[in-house]
Write a protein that binds this ligand. Structure first.
Ligand SMILES: NC(=O)C1=CN([C@@H]2O[C@H](COP(=O)(O)OP(=O)(O)OC[C@H]3O[C@@H](n4cnc5c(N)ncnc54)[C@H](O)[C@@H]3O)[C@@H](O)[C@H]2O)C=CC1
Ligand SMILES: O=C(CO)COP(=O)(O)O
Length: 386
């Protein structure tokens, strides 16, 4: 039987595109943020043949990774290829890099983009792979980066990509969205070049020009994953999860369209794909956090006090703040906000979603059906609890 690697090689050789149309990878990449996902992306880029500088703010950890060739705290025993050079020196990570990937938590993207902008390489494209919406401004991560680093090419990377599986070499796909380069042939565009820089046997990027659609998917799925975790933690099963994923997708679509994105983008890897992944797996930190809350644990106890990044926790507020400003109804995200930010019991919060007027699907047809009062739905929910 032909093995997977040989099949891939055959596919490449039989590609009908002439050689000139193959995008040229960036030879040297700076990956800023050496957590789980930054390290996984650095590993992927090295497997694809790039020279990678992986920047971590903690010099002891950078030194340990350089010595052991492992990011044990985040990725266990997975080896880091020789093409990845860990460093805590920010300028050294960026010097000579042809492009940068920003992979720190969404709440830090502004300060990180400001630091990058201060570095004298104004033509270096910057791809953001943090999933979230900024508090206060309601801006997507690409817009935050653009404000701090005006004039630079900005792109985003998002999709159903658990860091551990990506680093371990499980076949993984993601979307790279970038609008820059409309005036040059497709193979010279920064989005295609970044895709070429990350393409290896186990990682398959797709390219898109719909930044808003891709970013909304990545930000909102974290909140929906918390919702799915909560209801699973409370004892409910697959019907409930399927309802939350599907109606969550609807919330995503409407927000994406309001922000200039396309509905079909949200049904791709970064929306539907990431919902399927994170809403169904305890590997997801957002799902695990929701599950702990649904099972009755407090916010502080959700991870036994360990500092775990749960993007959906503060993004429940940033997403709903933005939706409220846009007069957009996002009842599942509101439910999560009510629990994590306002301290409401899950049963009461669930009623806001479950007791809403009966709606048409798709929602554009909005019909005014009679519906039960919230208090009645709360009572029914509590009676259902196993
Ligand atoms: N872990 C995963 O499977 C995936 C994560 N992402 C996204 O990537 C982003 C980062 O997540 P992870 O790497 O998983 O988190 P993580 O918690 O493993 O790592 C975050 C890293 O950022 C660093 N950091 C935190 N605050 C910082 C600051 N102010 N300045 C500089 N560095 C700072 C931390 O020291 C740590 O190295 C998040 O937005 C997440 O949603 C996206 C796809 C997959
Ligand atoms: O974004 C992710 C996978 O695509 C990681 O999800 P969690 O942050 O919920 O672990």
């Amino acid at each position: 039987m032909t093995d997977f690697k040989t099949l891939l090689q055959q596919r490449r050789l039989s590609a009908t595109h002439p050689q000139t149309s193959v995008p040229r990878p960036y030879e040297t990449l700076a990956v800023l943020g050496g957590g789980a996902w930054g390290t996984a992306l650095a590993i992927v880029a090295a497997r694809a043949g790039c020279q990678v500088r992986l920047w971590l703010r903690d010099s002891a950890r950078a030194a340990e990774i350089a010595r052991t060739r492992r990011n044990t705290a985040r990725l266990g025993d997975i080896p880091i290829p020789p093409g990845v050079i860990p460093t805590a020196d920010f300028a050294a990570a960026l010097d000579g890099a042809a492009a940068a990937l920003l992979v720190t938590p969404s709440a830090t993207v502004r300060e990180m983009a400001r630091r990058i902008a201060a570095h004298p390489a104004p033509h270096m494209p910057l791809f953001v792979s943090a999933k979230g919406i900024e508090a206060g401004t309601g801006l997507m991560m690409s817009a935050v980066a653009e404000e701090e680093a005006p004039g630079r090419v900005i792109g985003v990377i998002s999709g159903p990509t658990f860091a551990l599986e990506t680093a371990a070499g499980h076949p993984t796909a993601a979307t790279i969205a970038c609008t820059a380069g409309a005036d040059v042939p497709p193979y010279l565009r920064p989005g295609a070049r970044m895709a070429a820089s990350l393409t290896c046997d186990s990682f398959r990027p797709y390219v898109s020009d719909d930044m808003a659609g891709v970013e909304v998917g990545g930000a909102v799925k974290n909140v929906i994953a918390i919702a799915c975790g909560m209801l699973a933690g409370a004892g409910f099963g697959e019907n409930t999860r399927a309802a939350l994923i599907t109606r969550g997708l609807d919330e995503m679509k409407e927000l994406a369209v309001c922000l200039g994105g396309r509905r079909e983008t949200v049904t791709g890897l970064s929306g539907m794909g990431d919902l399927m992944l994170t809403c169904s797996s305890p590997q997801s930190r957002n799902f695990r956090y929701g599950f702990a809350r649904g099972a009755g644990r407090s916010d502080a106890d959700a991870f036994d006090g360990a500092p775990v990044l749960v993007e959906g926790r503060h993004n429940a507020v940033t997403v709903t703040d933005l939706a409220r400003r846009l007069h957009l109804h996002m009842p599942i995200c509101e439910m999560v906000r009510a629990v994590v930010a306002d301290g409401r019991p899950i049963g009461e919060a669930f009623a806001g979603f479950w007791a809403a007027p009966i709606q048409a699907e798709p929602r554009a047809l909005d019909l005014a059906f009679p519906h039960p009062a919230e208090a009645e739905v709360t009572r029914r929910f509590e009676a259902l609890l196993p």
